[in-house]
Design a protein around this ligand. Structure first.
Ligand code: PEP
Ligand code: MG
Length: 870
């Protein structure tokens, strides 16, 4: 849910039910959500208790009620208060924040301290957390739900700190599963806690939940204290850390089984759960346990020679590499608060800004004229560095007494928080660019040079996160691959790596940071895995396969400039997706025969106002000219959802992906569409450009846009036919293809959005990235239907979504009747070479076989069996 969406706020305090005897206030301002929306089964499954969660807008957590701090976790990310009525209120900042080991958190209270509602409890660094953990959602939990019942709760709206979010009343005492009196059965085990973060909220919840499935009384002893294992809060309050010995004591008829189950949890084994009668069942039988198993594991992977460990991540740049791990540490800078006095610090800042600017300009000169996105990214950095507001803010902080380094850091941090708070993944990833600019200036202040880091030949760079400049500064050809704990596939780092031909795997999680320096690894970005200490023979086989693939890629590129036909002579156009004129040279160098998708929205992003008609006409003309007369399909503005344009001031939406985006937005703002249509119509030679509408869901949208096109043509005195096609990326368009084909000149299937909408999976959600596979038979069936509808009216169908760049998918798409593939430039040589080896009979067979499969994996397996070398 977007944190920016605002519904009218309701003051729950005013409507707390009369039976409520205890009110729990929002400990932080933010967006309140139901626990079901927390992507962690321990919270959404109510294992720690019931409550709500808040997506915070501010960095200070305050007391939600009067009470005593009974536990403050050693990682300072969670604490529990006990009220005088006996309610235990757990507040937990973010998910997986225990892994930060206290970094980014500043507690203001200690265990045993009495606090009043509204007192500050913990301050945290939102920017740092947002960079290092998967969610900032802060659950507010009644941790003894047997003792208190929630009679009302506030969710689905913005709350201020201090607003009532939960109203409680004491529960009727109930004779629930009480522990059996000790009957002589006793069990005891001493185990060493293996998870480095110890027993924090999640394991404590799992232990309590597990123990409740047994009749035995189970207690845990550690750090000189003993608590009942039935209460998650008590267990958490033991403060067990990785390496501590925990004694598990059981008493009762099933004491042994209960003690074993807890021991297994502490040792990081598969958590078991219980059936309806409370009997433990195996994981294979238990969906809830599977969900838990899918959550990030906290047991340490054991890295040692001879024992392969496979880490999984998200493919961010394609390819594979065999090499050795080389750790790259982020630079540490002195960020002391006070220094040499305002005047001197101000002068230091000014000089460092100039030095950083000179460095950036030199890098820009070096990138000028080279294909790839480096120049555009560095230009954006220069704009950040020159931003007068950012500079003024930093100088103001210096004026207030801070050091130059601290002031620059804080000024950047404020902007990072704003970007991350927009609830827009792309904007959040732009925060990395700000950090990059931050580091340039801090390096200048520290007197460090920006010399490229020296890394061993064939290194697979392992880092927590990388900055775009760090990637741009890597010697291409020397670095075999990149693997980061954080990051995402749409970051500038991913785009740069792809453009430099460096395979990259991201979002692998903190385990990757423990891979020993120099460990042999296979980075298989395409398969989304890093194999650490692989068997020697596997590494050798992989190395030779990669060398063969490289030789083949060179041969493919040499033949990429020929037209593309199947072995039996059917013409398939292989064209490129473009974002702007800077992409054209690279596309042509890879053999593009034109462009099947110009994402015109890139011209509209990252600016204060929409580009004028003349600016647009100049850009489209430059692209058409650079393409040398080859066909160009300009997609009209596809803004909204992940490509928000703040200057349009569109109302916030709860579900932007299903909101006013693409053609819907253009029809709501017809002046935008009309200006764009006129700009495209002005491109010479007339006829080189076709126009394509994004996100069409309905015939009426096509008709309305066509009417506008005809009106604008008339105004410009154009009487010739201008091709107007549509993207097929909304399931309704595929289902209604025959109706739409009567009036659309062509179709181009946007498999990225089509897959998102058919599978109901957010395309930007890294947790779903592995399941977002456009080879899913459901997507393929819709493409088949699209082609069928198009053929009924003699229209052609292309594909411009990501699937067009997957060589293995080409026989299926061609077999379904697709005649144009618009791919990323780098994929074109291989696609052309493969298509030339295919004949239509083989393609038709592959398409029919794919449609009959039951899953995307089955489709991929079938294709790999048929074309093992693809
Ligand atoms: C698509 O959805 O497949 C597509 C090509 O459009 P975009 O990725 O720009 O949304
Ligand atoms: Mg799309």
């Amino acid at each position: 849910m977007s944190a920016t969406a605002v519904k009218p706020r309701q003051d729950v305090a005013a409507v707390a039910p009369p039976e409520a005897s205890l009110l729990v206030r929002a400990p932080i301002a933010g967006w309140a959500v139901a626990l079901d929306e927390v992507p962690d089964p321990v919270f959404s499954g109510r294992i720690l208790g019931d409550g709500i969660a808040i997506d915070p807008f501010e960095p200070v957590l305050r007391a939600p009620c009067d009470g005593v701090v009974t536990t403050l976790h050693s990682a300072h990310h969670a604490l529990t208060l006990r009220t005088s009525e006996g309610a235990e209120i757990l507040v937990h900042i973010g998910l997986d924040t225990v892994t930060l080991k206290g970094e980014g958190f500043q507690p203001h209270v200690a265990e045993g301290q009495a606090v009043h509602v509204g007192d500050p409890l913990i301050t945290f660094d939102m920017g740092f957390l947002a960079e290092h953990v998967r969610s900032l959602l802060a659950p507010v939990i009644v941790a003894n739900p047997d003792a208190f019942v929630i009679v009302s709760r506030t969710v689905g709206q913005e709350v201020r700190s201090g607003d009532t979010v939960l109203a409680l009343r004491p529960a009727q005492p109930k004779p629930a599963k009480t522990p059996a009196a000790a009957d002589g059965h006793q069990a005891r085990r001493d185990v060493v806690e293996r998870a480095p973060d110890g027993i924090h909220a999640r394991p404590a919840g799992l232990i309590a939940e597990t123990v409740r499935n047994y009749r035995a009384e189970v207690r845990l002893q550690a750090r000189g204290r003993t608590v009942s294992a039935r209460g998650a809060v008590g267990v958490m309050g033991l403060g067990v850390r990785g390496g501590d010995t925990v004694t598990i004591l059981g008493a009762g008829e099933d004491a042994e089984a209960a003690v074993e189950a807890v021991a297994a949890l502490l040792q990081g084994e598969t958590p078991s759960t219980s059936d309806a009668e409370g009997r433990p069942v195996s994981q294979a039988e238990a969906p809830a346990a599977q969900a838990q198993a899918a959550a990030p594991k906290e047991a340490l992977a054991d890295f040692r020679p001879g024992a392969e460990v496979v880490l999984r991540g998200v493919a961010a740049a394609p390819g594979a590499a065999v090499g050795t791990a080389a750790r790259m540490q982020q630079a540490a800078f002195d960020l002391s608060e006070t220094g040499a006095g305002s005047a001197a610090e101000s002068e230091r800042l000014t000089q460092a800004l100039s030095k950083a600017e000179a460095g950036l300009r030199a890098a820009l000169d070096e990138a000028a004229g080279k294909p790839g996105p480096a120049h555009a990214i560095l230009s954006a950095h220069l704009a950040f560095l020159q931003d007068p507001e950012l500079r003024d803010r930093a100088q103001a902080l210096v004026g207030a007494g801070k050091t130059a380094a601290r002031a620059w850091h804080d000024a950047i941090e404020e902007q990072v928080v704003v970007l991350r708070g927009l609830g827009d993944a792309r904007m959040a990833e732009r925060a990395d660019d700000l950090r990059d600019v931050e580091e340039r200036v801090l390096a200048a202040l520290a007197g460090r040079s920006e010399a490229a880091r020296t890394l061993p030949e064939g290194a697979v760079l392992v880092a927590e996160d990388l900055l775009p400049s760090q990637v741009a500064g890597l010697a291409a050809g020397r670095i075999a691959g990149i693997c980061t704990a954080g990051g995402g596939p749409t970051s500038h780092v991913a785009i740069l790596a792809a453009s430099m031909g460096i395979p990259a795997l991201m979002a692998v999680g903190p385990d990757v940071l423990r891979v020993p320096d120099g460990a042999p690894v296979i980075l298989d970005a395409d398969a989304g895995v890093l194999r650490v200490f692989p068997p020697k023979e596997t590494a050798e086989a992989r190395r030779s396969a990669i060398a063969t693939a490289r030789a083949r890629a060179e041969a493919d590129l040499a033949a990429a400039h020929e037209d593309c036909r199947t072995a039996d002579g059917v013409r398939i156009e292989v064209v490129a997706n473009l974002g702007g004129v800077a992409d054209v040279a690279g596309a042509l160098a890879h053999g593009a025969e034109g462009s099947g998708l110009l994402r015109s929205e890139f011209l509209f992003l990252d600016r204060a106002a929409a580009p004028t008609e003349d600016e647009q006409a100049a850009e489209y003309q430059a692209i058409a000219t650079a393409l040398g007369g080859r066909p160009l399909i300009v997609r009209t503005l596809d803004a909204g959802a992940d490509k928000a344009l703040p200057y349009l001031n569109m109302p916030a939406e709860a579900n932007p992906e299903l909101g006013v985006r693409g053609i819907r937005l253009c029809l709501a703002r017809p002046e935008l569409l009309r200006a764009q249509l006129r700009a495209i119509l002005k491109v010479q030679p007339a006829g080189q450009c076709r126009i394509m509408l994004p996100m069409v869901a309905d015939l009426a949208e096509l008709r309305e846009a066509r009417a506008m096109l005809e009106e604008e043509k008339a105004k410009l005195g154009r009487a010739d036919a201008v091709q107007l096609g549509i993207m097929v990326e909304v399931p309704s368009a595929a289902m209604m293809a025959e109706v739409l084909a009567a009036e659309a000149d062509f179709f181009s299937v946007g498999t990225n959005d089509l897959t998102q909408y058919v599978l109901a999976m957010d395309r930007l959600n890294p947790a779903l990235a592995r399941h977002m596979d456009a080879l899913h038979p459901a997507v393929l069936r819709l493409i088949a239907r699209t082609v069928e509808g198009a053929r009924a009216h003699g229209r052609w169908v292309g594909v411009c979504g990501g699937l067009a760049s997957v060589a293995l998918a080409a026989p299926v798409l061609i077999g379904l009747g697709v005649t144009e593939l618009s791919a990323t430039a780098a994929a074109i040589p291989r696609i052309k070479a493969f298509v030339r080896r295919l004949d239509m009979a083989a393609c038709a067979k592959a398409a029919q076989a794919a449609l009959a499969q039951t899953s995307a994996e089955a489709v991929r397996a079938m294709l790999t069996r048929t074309w093992p070398s693809e």
